[in-house]
Design a protein around this ligand. Structure first.
Ligand SMILES: *Cc1c(COP(=O)(O)O)cnc(C)c1O
Length: 421
């Protein structure tokens, strides 16, 4: 005791092993160039809230109707988070308690569906998410799941094919949204398709919620019965999720989140959500999201100019996939060579990939983290040059190590907030 709340010094004296790992992770985040599209670096205020003593409070239930005493201050933060989320997305109702994006999706499904019902979602192998009906996930085990994908020529979502698939499988819920799709999604069209077969529409904006919040990607909120999101990707909040819905589903959503799926909410994380939503409401956040988009476009254009195959022909978002087949390197080898060079990204299946998911033929590239650090177009063109050099010489460790030093020098010019206190 005696340390300020949430300081790392408190860990140093009680658990040197965990302390060392946190310090090493801090160094890794500082010195490496992170292009993982689903990651971001949260603000000091968001981190501080997550390290706060709100973690000590049990608060099962909802604001003003809890199953524990002493909830007046956690009620304040949950009310703030709800009010700000509504302002940010213009939704009728929101539940900010889901612990993750996956739990948010589980809640949206189970609020109106029963096990055995049919869902139709984008295939994982085409850019969808595990929770959209993959057979290895609860969504594919609990529900009768069918999938749709991209047009093989254009690599764009084929809405006519979605319509046909919906007519064939007659889903009770149409699931829209992706983890690896770079183009704007036509939510109005998705709503028409859902309506034509009497299905609920769930739109999962886990990746693009920062863009949606700032109007840089059209919003699904007017169309969808349910809109789910994570709060830690482009939105730049704590690692967690939430469910927005039409008022008619409000009671069902709240009942399934608690007591249906979760026990006590993570009040320290909900406090961090309130802070992140406040940050996202500020005018600077829109500039930041625009910079994320500009940086992603610059990378995609840079690679296209160097003869790389950018899937879907470019990007309207913070991310894109590259199919490396013609470059003679697998996704797995690209990921590992780039990691040696200090550039962190993930291998990713490309549409109709012939290699297994543990190898793949592509990589996914995203710009939230580098943009959070303040990097811009000049740095993007340097990043393209480095990645190209590594991929052209994917077996030359010496080249990779030289680039790692250059990467570290660039990163030191764009410092991240220090957790050392
Ligand atoms: C990341 C993601 C999720 C899951 O979020 P977790 O917090 O990792 O459970 C759900 N849907 C989509 C589309 C995602 O990209």
């Amino acid at each position: 005791m005696g340390h300020a709340v949430g300081t790392l010094k408190a860990i140093q004296s009680t658990d040197p092993e965990v302390f060392a790992a946190i310090r090493a992770e801090e160094k890794r985040q500082r010195d490496k160039l992170v292009l993982i599209a689903s990651e971001n670096y949260a603000s000091p205020a968001v981190l501080a809230a997550q390290g706060s003593l709100m973690t000590n409070k049990y608060a099962e239930g909802y604001s003003g109707r809890r199953y524990y005493g002493g909830c007046e201050h956690v009620d304040t933060v949950e009310d703030l988070a709800i009010g700000r989320a509504k302002q940010l997305f213009g939704c009728e109702h929101v539940n900010v308690q889901p612990h993750s994006g996956s739990t948010a999706n589980m809640a949206a499904y189970l609020s109106v569906l029963k096990p055995g019902d049919t869902i139709l979602g984008m295939a994982l192998s085409q850019g969808g998410h595990l929770t959209h009906g993959s057979k290895v996930n609860f969504s594919g085990k609990l529900f009768q799941s069918y999938s749709y994908g991209l047009n093989p020529e254009t690599e764009l979502i084929d809405y006519d094919a979605v319509q046909r698939a919906a007519e064939e499988c007659r889903p009770r819920m149409l699931v829209v949204g992706a983890s690896a799709y770079s183009r704007i999604i036509d939510f109005a069209r998705c709503k028409q398709i859902a309506d034509s077969v009497g299905a609920y529409l769930l739109v999962d904006i886990a990746h693009i919620s920062g863009l949606v919040a700032t109007g840089l990607h059209p919003s699904p909120v007017p169309y969808a019965d349910f809109v789910t999101t994570t709060t830690h990707k482009t939105l730049r909040g704590p690692r967690a999720g939430m469910v927005m819905c039409k008022e008619e589903h409000a009671k069902a959503v709240d009942k399934i989140v608690f007591p249906g799926l979760q026990g006590g909410p993570l009040m320290h994380v909900i406090a961090a959500k309130a802070i992140a939503f406040q940050e996202a409401l500020a005018p600077e956040f829109k500039v930041y999201q625009q910079n994320i988009l500009d940086n992603a476009k610059a990378l995609a254009n840079g690679f296209t100019e160097r003869g790389y195959h950018v899937v879907s022909g470019g990007t309207d978002t913070h991310l894109f996939l590259m199919n490396l087949t013609s470059k003679g390197v697998t996704g797995k080898d690209a990921e590992s060579a780039l990691e040696t060079a200090g550039i962190i990204l993930n291998k990713n299946a490309v549409p109709n990939d012939e290699r297994p998911p543990a190898i793949t033929s592509g990589v996914r590239i995203g710009t939230p983290v580098v943009t959070t650090r303040g990097m811009g177009l000049r740095e993007m063109s340097q990043i393209v040059a480095w990645i190209d050099e590594v991929l052209q010489q994917s077996d030359k460790r010496r080249v990779h190590r030289r680039i790692a030093k250059e990467v570290k020098a660039l990163c030191s010019r764009f410092p991240i907030f220090q957790t050392s206190q």
